[in-house]
Design a protein around this ligand. Structure first.
Ligand code: ADP
Ligand code: MG
Length: 265
């Protein structure tokens, strides 16, 4: 099967007055349709840079990105029709305080010119799926941090994207709230069939939700390893106490922490 998203030989240098920062070097990744893949790695290894390049917000220095068979790079831009296939969720929900929750959710639809009955209905479905129908008409300052982040998550999906990029979406939440949202996210993923790229530095949440994990390292950012996550049983929070789960976590932690002696001068 053709990958939904393919990244080939992707490199990114940032130039400042004094130095060149090699943020990414020869990164290759593939995401199959409907796959849930996490990217883990230390701060500064280029995780956010990858999804900013997928969104074509910044240009790669080298390499290509292909979405649904369309390839773009340093010179070629991604068409609007492809941008609409992408959804984004960030660490902070940044809801507009002067708009109600529902009005905040309508905002991307208005920007994309998609404020039709199909998508308005979809907003209601998403609110229902996350048990948030009753907060639809209240203002962000009246809801908890966990609820605000849920809104941030579903705002990334109001236009029915086929691919969802989540950049440390639950990083600011306490463990209990995060775990709850992890399970809700899995539920949404199963119901929508979206291809999800989930960035986190929390190894446990990566193992809990993903089918595959890319492990990255910094200086320059590159893919160190790829770990397939397979469980016989359904994903649940109880899984976290099993030996297999803990082994996956240890394996990934070790890959992140491992210092290649050839890199040490
Ligand atoms: P991560 O998300 O994994 O923490 P980033 O993708 O944010 O990492 O950053 C990767 C590297 O690129 C870091 O060294 C960061 O300082 C650098 N970087 C990111 N954006 C810029 C920018 N706009 N200008 C200069 N350097 C940047
Ligand atoms: Mg980041």
């Amino acid at each position: 099967m053709e990958p939904k998203i393919k990244i080939e030989h992707l490199g990114k240098n940032f130039f400042s007055r004094r130095q060149t920062i090699k943020a990414l070097d020869d990164v290759n990744m593939e995401f199959a349709p409907g796959e849930f893949v996490s990217i883990v790695g230390p701060s500064g290894c280029g995780k956010s840079t990858i999804i900013r390049m997928i969104d074509d917000l910044i240009k790669p220095t080298s390499g290509t990105i292909t979405i649904d068979g369309f390839t773009y790079d340093n010179k070629k831009e991604i068409p609007q029709s492809f941008i609409k296939k992408l959804g984004f969720v960030f660490q902070l929900p940044n809801l507009y305080p002067w708009l109600t929750v529902r009005q905040n959710l309508y905002l991307p639809l208005k920007v994309y010119g998609m404020m039709d009955s199909e998508h308005v209905h979809h907003v209601e479905d998403l609110l229902e799926m996350t048990n948030l129908t009753e907060v639809g008409n209240i203002y962000p300052n009246q809801i908890s941090g966990g609820t605000a982040q849920r809104i941030g998550v579903i705002r990334g999906m109001v236009h029915k994207p086929e691919m969802l990029m989540m950049d440390e979406p639950f990083g600011a939440l306490d463990d209990e709230t995060r775990e709850k949202l992890n399970m809700e996210m899995l539920n949404i993923w199963k119901q929508t069939g979206m291809t999800i790229i989930f960035i986190t530095h929390n190894v446990s949440e990566a193992v809990l939700m993903s089918q595959r994990v890319y492990v990255m390292q910094a200086n320059p950012g590159h893919v160190k390893a790829e770990v397939k996550i397979e469980f016989d049983e359904e994903r649940s929070l109880e899984l976290q106490h099993t030996k297999k789960f803990i082994n996956y976590c240890n394996q990934i932690e070790e890959l992140i922490g491992k210092v290649d002696l050839n890199d040490v001068v």
